[in-house]
Design a protein around this ligand. Structure first.
Ligand SMILES: [Zn+2]
Length: 326
């Protein structure tokens, strides 16, 4: 088969390219900077002929990785530019997920098109026609639908506005989502200082450089950041991993893609879950496959999700052959 997924999570496209984990291929592509997509990154930099990513992803990795000189070894490839490898061509297409995220298209000498979507939301992601499609399966279960998704941003804005009347507001999420929320609050006219810890602040800097509108953001441990915190009216954007450490009297909002009942739910006094995802839901995955018109689909069964169920549903609803891997 021309594409497969190894048990280490590498998406192999054709003979030469490995995506999102290391494998014994001359070329390695990184679709985006999330941890489950940069697997074996150092090994690829040592062993592959080229390690390729978008300029945005390279910059994000520079601010998140300690070993910056290693990251310098990544070769940049912008969206929709094509490079020739030894026996095929490689093009990266945008994916609406985290800044810099891309889809990977390989066209073999025979003209056969092999595409890996990486992680994506359908809105803002161009559908690329392919003969063989490898697709993410995070929300691959038919129960993973968000029929209310058009209302989520508005409800989040409302909630933040109401809660700011009482307390500072803490918002917990992952890189990408947090910066997107900072942009949403800015464009929604919420003119309150946003306090960011170092890594979130640095990633926000890259987002701003590439055109994202971000209002008054402050580094948490800078003199200015500390002053804003003392003044008491602020929003703090934190990585999800730090939520258990917050003991102050604040409102806590958790961003999660795993809430399918309502856009916003109160889970305890002063604690809310907002159904904010950077992955498409079940309907979006199916719609992508329908529009890409492949003759075979491989669903990613390495990363978190429901690849087996998604493969079954693709066969059932679209009549297209689909298999989960590994
Ligand atoms: Zn991701």
């Amino acid at each position: 088969m021309e594409a497969s997924i190894t048990k280490e999570g590498a998406v192999l496209l054709g003979e030469e390219v490995s995506v999102d984990a290391h494998s014994h291929r001359p070329y390695r592509v990184i679709t985006h900077a999330h941890l489950d997509h940069i697997l074996g990154f150092s090994e690829s930099l040592r062993k592959c002929k080229k390690v390729i990513a978008t300029p945005q992803t390279k910059e994000i990795l520079k601010v998140l990785k300690e070993n910056i000189s290693e990251v310098e070894g990544i070769e940049e490839l912008s969206y929709e530019e094509t490079i020739q490898l030894d026996g095929c061509s490689l093009t990266l297409y945008p994916a609406n997920h985290i800044i810099g995220a891309c889809q990977v298209l390989i066209i073999e000498r025979s003209g056969k098109r092999l595409l890996y979507t990486g992680d994506f939301r359908l809105e803002g992601t161009p559908v690329v026609e392919a003969d063989l499609l490898v697709i993410e399966a995070t929300y691959g279960n038919p129960s993973n639908r968000r029929p209310f998704k058009g209302r989520v941003k508005e409800e989040l804005l409302c909630l933040v506005e109401i809660e700011l009347e009482k307390n500072p507001v803490y918002i917990f999420g992952y890189h990408g989502k947090l910066q997107e929320v900072a942009n949403l609050l800015t464009e929604g006219g919420i003119d309150v200082p946003m306090i960011l810890p170092s890594s979130v602040y640095k990633v926000a800097g890259v987002c701003r450089k590439y055109g994202m509108k971000l209002g008054s953001i402050f580094l948490a441990n800078s003199p200015e950041g500390k002053r804003r915190i003392r003044e008491g009216n602020y929003i703090r954007l934190q990585h999800s991993s730090s939520s258990h450490r917050v003991k102050e009297r604040v409102t806590k909002i958790y961003l999660t893609g795993w809430e399918f009942k309502a856009p916003c739910k109160k889970i305890a006094p002063g604690e809310y879950v907002v159904s904010f995802s950077d992955h498409g839901d079940f309907d979006e995955l199916l719609e992508y496959v329908r529009m890409a018109q492949p003759s075979l689909v491989i669903t990613d069964n390495f990363r978190v999700g429901d690849a087996k169920v998604l493969a079954r549903e693709i066969k059932k609803h679209l009549g297209i052959d689909a298999i989960p891997m590994p």
